[in-house]
Write a protein that binds this ligand. Structure first.
Ligand code: SF4
Ligand code: MSK
Length: 648
């Protein structure tokens, strides 16, 4: 069995893996050990199964003459595999975005009871971005037009995605020149699947260009649309106090864990779980209340907007059930381990699936339908409450949980830095230029059993903030750094370098900002663009002192995110493992040549501190190119000096 101390920095894992061993329940870490040794062909991106003549495998040490049955080289095989990962990730984000657009449209038409437009300002901003005439139209009319345009972006065949115009001008021009401006979200994903079929595109650089096009369609298309529509529908996040880690589960209440990625149903579960009828039902079953908590990105969504506690990250989903205290784990889509129903079999927990796209043998299915979402939410909450009396004495809720401040949307950061009347990122730019803040890093992504759980995120982020790099976070990475106490304002004085600490203390923000879920990486793109537009830090994201990272990535979505960071001009370092290492040429292209072509490039470094240092080195390179690498003495001008200036 896996040793909790070795596999994770989180004490809850150690405690609950011990419990699982006693209870005779297997965990993902146990299965990870059973999978060792991994197939090296697959690990290095050198196994092709794209036709019935395969699998074909290339020996990484066997020389360049080696080919698959059809003649595909190591470069072709690895590039096809890599961009199919982009297609998978972009499809996941985009299908999420499409689902939100459908619900948004139904809500705008008054066909989805329980939903309403909460942030009219965000809706109006979207309307302007989409070129919708506002005139004297009602909010509902505008919302219908915005919803229709948003939905059409996914299936659009010609032209370019509307949000491309939000990118810096110079970047748009480069994308046009390279022919990677996405026409429609789905079209670029389909074209990847076509080009990677046997005997179509065999030029690894050309294959990668299509990967770039689809990834831009994810970051500046599907994900950005998802984030904006969710903000319009549920409210743009503002700073909110939350709590994180498994200690948020309660001994005497009905614990409902909401896990997955979409906030569509969970927003209504938040409402329903506070209704008197439900609270009375809980009391009648012997519980003191209903304790709603999140997990992974659905958790991040309801944390950002309501301060609902987050029980844990991707790798804590099985151990959360093993506490014996979860009445229900409600799942929608993405990052939900198929093992959950079998873990739940050993406890009283009900796993409730809600999406027709994601069913789990052994789970209870209560389908989400936007036209009837309130009823689904009620049925789910009732099922959980009715399960409370079945809880056994075999309960162990770990003590660990800490405070965090979440809710740092781009709008919030602007407001906090500039105030109500002059909201802007000017103070951020000024502090980057004067060197108090060295640069900006986006540290995002998953957990993987192939690294020590949480260590990559926390060690990397500590190294960055120690060196005055402000960190923006999303996804499970944000959850891990919150668990380590990095997302409270006091963390600035404790962990940040003196320059960053001074800025954070003045503004009253943590040095590590939680910006939301995986689709909310689009917020990071918008924040970076705002910094460019503010002036003084170059004309393009590639000129800024920024870097990105996913030290514990595992999902295809992370590859798509990483590639749209790169395609937007950001140096992006991944840890754990990297899926192209078997092809020297492709890896060189990704890690070196891309910078020349598109301004951003990939990096790979499993040691999180070394990876942070690579990011800092890159940030310093950009500071030098901008001419802001030397600390400037602040000179106070007296009258004589001013007169001298005027005379000149
Ligand atoms: Fe082998 Fe080519 Fe078929 Fe891939 S596409 S399995 S390399 S024959
Ligand atoms: S949930 S994609 S494990 S971040 Fe977004 Fe976490 Fe990665 Fe899923």
């Amino acid at each position: 069995m896996a040793d909790g101390k070795l596999v994770s920095i989180d004490k809850t894992v150690e405690v609950l893996l011990d419990k699982m061993e006693k209870d005779g329940v297997e965990s993902c870490w146990d299965r990870h050990l059973q999978q060792e040794p991994r197939c090296q062909y697959g690990d290095l991106g050198l196994c092709c199964r794209h036709c019935g003549q395969g699998p074909c495998q290339i020996d990484p040490f066997g020389g360049e003459q080696q080919k698959g049955v059809c003649g595909a080289t190591a470069e072709t095989i690895a590039a096809r595999h890599f961009i199919r990962m982009i297609a998978g990730g972009a499809a996941a984000h985009s299908d999420h975005g499409r689902g939100v657009a459908e619900v948004f449209l139904a809500a705008a038409k008054g066909e989805a009871k329980g939903y309403e437009i909460k942030d009219e300002q965000k809706l109006l901003t979207m309307a302007m971005d989409f070129g919708v005439e506002i005139g004297d139209k009602s909010i509902e009319e505008i919302a219908v037009e915005v919803g229709e345009i948003a939905l059409a972006q996914f299936g659009q065949q010609e032209g370019e995605l509307k949000y491309i115009k939000k990118a810096p001008l110079k970047r748009q021009e480069l994308w046009h020149k390279l022919g990677v401006t996405p026409r429609g979200v789905d079209r670029e994903i389909v074209e990847i699947m076509h080009r990677t079929h046997i005997g179509v595109d065999n030029d690894y650089k050309n294959l990668l260009l299509q990967g770039t096009r689809a990834a831009i369609g994810d970051g500046w298309g599907g994900s950005m649309i998802a984030t904006d529509l969710q903000d319009a529908l549920f409210g743009t996040p503002y700073p909110v106090l939350g709590r994180v880690n498994l200690g948020v589960l309660k001994e005497d209440e009905v614990n409902i864990i909401i896990h997955g990625h979409e906030p569509l149903l969970s927003e209504l579960i938040v409402v329903v779980s506070q209704e008197k009828e439900m609270l009375d039902l809980a009391t009648s079953k012997g519980a003191q209340g209903i304790n709603l908590v999140g997990m992974c990105c659905t958790g991040n969504e309801i944390l950002m907007r309501h301060g609902i506690p987050v029980a844990g990250d991707f790798l804590q989903q099985e151990i959360a059930i093993a506490t014996g205290a979860a009445e229900a784990v409600v799942v929608d889509i993405q990052c939900i381990m198929p093992s959950l129903p079998s873990v739940a079999d050993c406890y009283h927990t009900k796993v409730i699936s809600t999406s027709p796209k994601a069913k789990f043998p052994g789970a209870t299915h209560i389908e989400f339908d936007e036209h009837n979402a309130l009823n689904s939410a009620k049925e789910i909450v009732k099922t959980a409450i009715n399960n409370f009396p079945n809880r056994s004495r075999n309960v162990n809720i770990p003590k660990e949980s800490v405070d965090l401040i979440a809710g740092f949307s781009y709008e919030t950061i602007n407001y906090l830095l500039g105030g109500m009347f002059r909201a802007s990122c000017r103070p951020l730019n000024d502090n980057i230029i004067n060197g108090r803040i060295r640069g900006i890093a986006g540290v995002v992504g998953c957990n993987s059993v192939r690294t020590r759980h949480g260590e990559g995120h926390v060690e990397m982020v500590k190294e960055l903030i120690k060196n005055d790099v402000i960190v923006l976070q999303t996804g499970c990475s944000a959850i891990d750094c919150a668990k380590a106490g990095l997302m409270v304002p006091e963390a600035a004085g404790k962990y940040a370098g003196s320059g960053l600490a001074e800025v954070c203390e003045t503004v009253g923000i943590p040095p590590v900002l939680h910006m939301g879920s995986c689709v909310d990486n689009a917020r990071i793109l918008i924040a970076a663009t705002a910094v460019i537009k503010e002036g003084g830090l170059g004309d393009d994201i590639s000129e800024m002192p920024v870097a990105g990272a996913a030290p514990e990535w595992m999902s295809e979505k992370a590859i798509s995110i990483g590639h749209y960071f790169v395609a937007s001009g950001v140096y992006t370092v991944f840890g754990a493992n990297f899926p192209t290492l078997g092809s020297k040429k492709l890896t060189k292209h990704l890690f070196e040549e891309l910078e020349e072509q598109i301004g951003g490039m990939w990096g790979f470094e499993p040691d999180p501190v070394k990876a942070a240092q690579l990011m800092i080195k890159h940030i310093d390179k950009k500071r030098k190119a901008l001419g802001i690498d030397k600390t400037r003495e602040r000179v106070l001008y007296d009258m004589a000096m001013r007169r001298e200036l005027e005379a000149v």
